[in-house]
Write a protein that binds this ligand. Structure first.
Ligand SMILES: [Zn+2]
Length: 277
C-alpha cells in the first residue's frame, strides 16, 4: 500500500545530544522524530578521572531527557566506557564498578556504545568485560565499529570475540557504523546492523539507500550520528527523502525508520514505542 504524503514517525537510534544545541532538538521535532537514543561516547577530550565519567552518565540520564521532553522527544541513553578511552585498564575497572547503578535508570536501554577504536588488545579486553556486564544484567548491547581502514578487521575481531558466549542472543546486539563490506557479515551472524550517515565523510544518504536496496532492510537501522565532528541530525531525513524520491512506498520507509528501531530497542521493556504491526 503506497500512502503518498504520509506524516511518519521517526526514531533516531544514535545521536550524541551532549554535542548538539537545543535548536537540533527543535529541528528533529519538526521533522517528526519522536525518540532519540544517545550512546555513551567520547566527550571531545579524554577524561582524567572516573568521576568525570560519573558526571557524564548523570548528564545522559538526568539533563538530556528533560531537554528533549521540551520538544516532545523521548530521550534514551546507553551507558558504557567508550572504546576511545578504553586503553587504560585501571580507569576502566573504576568506571565499570558504577555502570550498574546507571543501567537501572529509567531512560537507559543497555550497554553501549562499546567496541573497538584502534583494535588494541586493551580495547578488546574492556569490550569483553562490558559484554560480560551486559549479560550479567540482562542488557541489550550497542556496538561501535572502528572507522575507515580498521573497520573490517575490528568488526571481525568482535564477531569472533562474541562467540565466546554461546548464551548470547545475537538479536539483542546491534553493530553500528556498518558499511557495504561489513553489513552482510554482521547480519549473516544474526545481529542487527546500523548504518550511520555523515554529511561530508563516510556513508552518505544515497549510499545508505543503495545498501538498503542491495541488501534489504531486515535487521537494519539507520542513524544520523550527530556528534562533535561534521554531522547533522537532518541526514536521517535526507535518507527518508531519498527513499521516497526513488519511489519506495511510505510503508517501506516507515518500516525502516520507525518499526525497525521499535523492534530492536523494544526488547528493552523501558522503550515506550511499539512497531505499527
Ligand atoms: Zn556514537
Amino acid at each position: 500500500m503506497k500512502r503518498e504524503g504520509l506524516i511518519m514517525r521517526v526514531i533516531e537510534p544514535h545521536i550524541h545530544m551532549i554535542a548538539r544545541t537545543t535548536a537540533d532538538y527543535e529541528r528533529m521535532a519538526l521533522m517528526h522524530t519522536v525518540a532519540c537514543c544517545e550512546p555513551a561516547f567520547w566527550a571531545g577530550y579524554d577524561r582524567t578521572s572516573a568521576q568525570a565519567f560519573h558526571d557524564y552518565f548523570t548528564h545522559l540520564t538526568e539533563f538530556e531527557p528533560k531537554r528533549a521532553a521540551q520538544y516532545l522527544i523521548r530521550h534514551y541513553a546507553w551507558i558504557c566506557l567508550n572504546p576511545k578511552e578504553a586503553d587504560n585498564l585501571e580507569l576502566a575497572r573504576e568506571v565499570l564498578a558504577f555502570i550498574p547503578e546507571f543501567l537501572a535508570k529509567p531512560n537507559v536501554l543497555g550497554v553501549g556504545e562499546i567496541g573497538l577504536n584502534k583494535n588494541t588488545r586493551n580495547e578488546l579486553t574492556v569490550f569483553e568485560w562490558q559484554v560480560e556486564l551486559a549479560l550479567k544484567y540482562d542488557q541489550l548491547i550497542w556496538i561501535h565499529t572502528p572507522h575507515l581502514n580498521d573497520k573490517l578487521k575490528g568488526t571481525r575481531m568482535m564477531l569472533d570475540s562474541l562467540r565466546r558466549w554461546p548464551g548470547l542472543k545475537p538479536e539483542r546486539v546491534c553493530f553500528d557504523h556498518s558499511e557495504e563490506h561489513t553489513l552482510p557479515l554482521i547480519r549473516d551472524a544474526g545481529y542487527w546492523a546500523a548504518m550511520t550517515i555523515y554529511p561530508v565523510t563516510k556513508n552518505s544518504a544515497p549510499r545508505v539507500v543503495d545498501c538498503l536496496e542491495r541488501f534489504g532492510g531486515d535487521h537494519l537501522l539507520v542513524d544520523a550520528s550527530g556528534d562533535w565532528g561534521p554531522s547533522d541530525p537532518a541526514t536521517l531525513h535526507n535518507a527518508i527523502f531519498e527513499m521516497r524520491r526513488r519511489g519506495h512506498a511510505d510503508d517501506t520507509v516507515e518500516a525502516i525508520f520507525y518499526d525497525n528501531p521499535c523492534r530492536f530497542l523494544g526488547q528493552c521493556p523501558k522503550f515506550a514505542f511499539k512497531p505499527r504491526t
